[in-house]
Design a protein. Structure first.
Length: 100
């Protein structure tokens, strides 16, 4: 699978193009706006899977779509494309230890 379409946003997403990197902080828009850190990026035949840890609750999550905050449209996971935030490898390792 190479492309997915957001009909109402009139956007096309290339699922084979990596949008964020390991240790980058992303944010959920909607609900209580939790922040996650990407601890693993996995490329599959169906696209890219981002493995995430909630920074506050240490709960694992995953996503196949992470879009730029400048193109925000509805509930989803977004990254700040203007001022990206990163955690250090040690900080991410500590979160992984707490989540396990």
């Amino acid at each position: 699978m190479a492309k997915q379409y957001l009909l109402f946003a009139k956007k096309e997403i290339d699922t084979n193009k990596q949008s964020v990197s390991v240790n980058q902080v992303v944010q959920m828009e909607g609900y209580n706006y939790p922040k996650y850190v990407v601890y693993k990026v996995e490329k599959t035949d169906w696209g890219i899977n981002y493995h995430l840890i909630d920074i506050n609750t240490h709960v694992f999550n995953s996503s196949t779509h992470i879009r730029p905050l400048s193109e925000k449209f509805g509930i989803g996971i977004y990254y700040d494309d203007k001022a990206p935030q990163y955690m250090t490898e040690n900080e991410v390792a500590e979160l992984l230890a707490k989540a396990s």
